[in-house]
Design a protein around this ligand. Structure first.
Ligand code: SER
Length: 321
């Protein structure tokens, strides 16, 4: 069974072999973007490359990016512990093209990695495309041989990715894994899509627009690629689990929490151990990246996360609320 560390290496090595520069994760506090509270996706450190404001000596990159989604547009804080797949801190695996390759290479790259290197059975995979994106649908049909009913057209913002109120954006295609009909849930776009049967594993964004402060959409000079796959989620799939918190990395934290409190990791305190495992990661990485608990902004979000995870005397809790 591959560990999460093995899976991260397989992803980065695959894209390195395919001409991508392996770039370090950027800090959780975006260096280049005062509009964003935390780095919430792999593309954040590359934002200015998509818009053409900045150039680097590579046009293809791959990263395992540390992300926090606990404030702003992408905020998962209240779901953590209760669901199988929400985290405040997670790692996003991604490959990027800055005006180099576009849809006709991004889709085959993703398909090959999933079905060959990760050996996921082809008949378990299905995709969504933005409803007007005939080109992406055609590439999926050609490259993956997917029948029309497994290329689902979505007319909503679910298939038009935006980092926030402004910034680079574009239509996207999402790859889903079907866990089988013994699990409740419907395909994307159906009324039962929130069930657990069909799980999104990878989002490929075709960066071609910029959302401007006045609400208009500018067409970017370059066509670029931004993809994101949650390590914890693909890890669960490749480890044969249905819950991210059952993967090797999360499980070791849950067991540490249970040992420290002499309780059963799967007993009545199960949700608490999961919250602690998640929040331990976000608080540690946020503090390591220079955020300190405070009464406003990033520091306040950190304080909220800490307060949810830490037992504290009632009197003190009342004072800090
Ligand atoms: N930016 C996209 C996302 O966060 C793909 O990386 O899903």
């Amino acid at each position: 069974m591959p560990s999460l560390n093995d899976i991260r290496s397989t992803f980065l090595d695959y894209f390195r072999r395919n001409g991508h520069q392996v770039v370090d994760s950027s800090p959780l506090v975006p260096r280049n973007d005062p509009t964003l509270m935390f780095t919430n996706s792999g593309m954040v450190q590359f934002k200015n490359l998509f818009t053409g404001v900045e150039r680097r000596d590579y046009v293809r990159a791959t990263t395992a990016q540390k992300c926090v989604r606990a404030g702003g547009k992408h905020n998962d804080l209240d779901n953590v512990g209760y669901t199988a797949r929400h985290h405040t801190f997670f790692e996003m695996l991604g490959n990027f093209s800055f005006g180099d390759y576009f849809k006709s290479d991004a889709i085959p790259f993703a398909w090959e990695l999933l079905t060959k290197d990760f050996a996921i059975p082809k008949d378990k995979l299905l995709v969504t495309v933005y409803h007007t994106d005939d080109e992406a649908a055609g590439i999926w049909k050609k490259v993956a041989g997917l029948p029309d009913e497994r290329i689902i057209r979505i007319p909503t913002d679910d298939n038009f990715w935006r980092m926030g109120p402004t910034g680079p954006c574009g239509p996207c295609t999402e790859i889903f894994f079907d866990h089988g009909d013994h699990i409740w849930g419907g395909p994307p776009g159906s009324k039962d899509e929130d069930g657990d049967r069909f799980i999104e594993i990878w989002n490929l964004v075709f960066m071609q627009n910029e959302q401007m402060p006045d609400g208009s959409l500018r067409v970017l000079d370059m066509q670029s690629i931004d993809t994101g796959m949650g390590l914890e989620r693909i890890g669960a799939l490749l480890q044969g689990k249905h819950d991210n918190y059952d993967t090797d990395l999360m499980r070791s934290l849950i067991e540490a929490s249970a040992n420290a409190t002499s309780t059963d990791p799967d007993g009545p305190g199960k949700v608490h151990h999961r919250v602690i495992a998640d929040h331990l990661r976000s608080t540690s990485f946020l503090i390591a990246d220079g955020v300190m608990p405070s009464n406003e902004g990033r520091g306040y979000v950190l304080r909220r996360i800490m307060r949810r995870a830490m037992p504290m005397p009632t009197s003190w809790a009342r004072r800090t609320r």
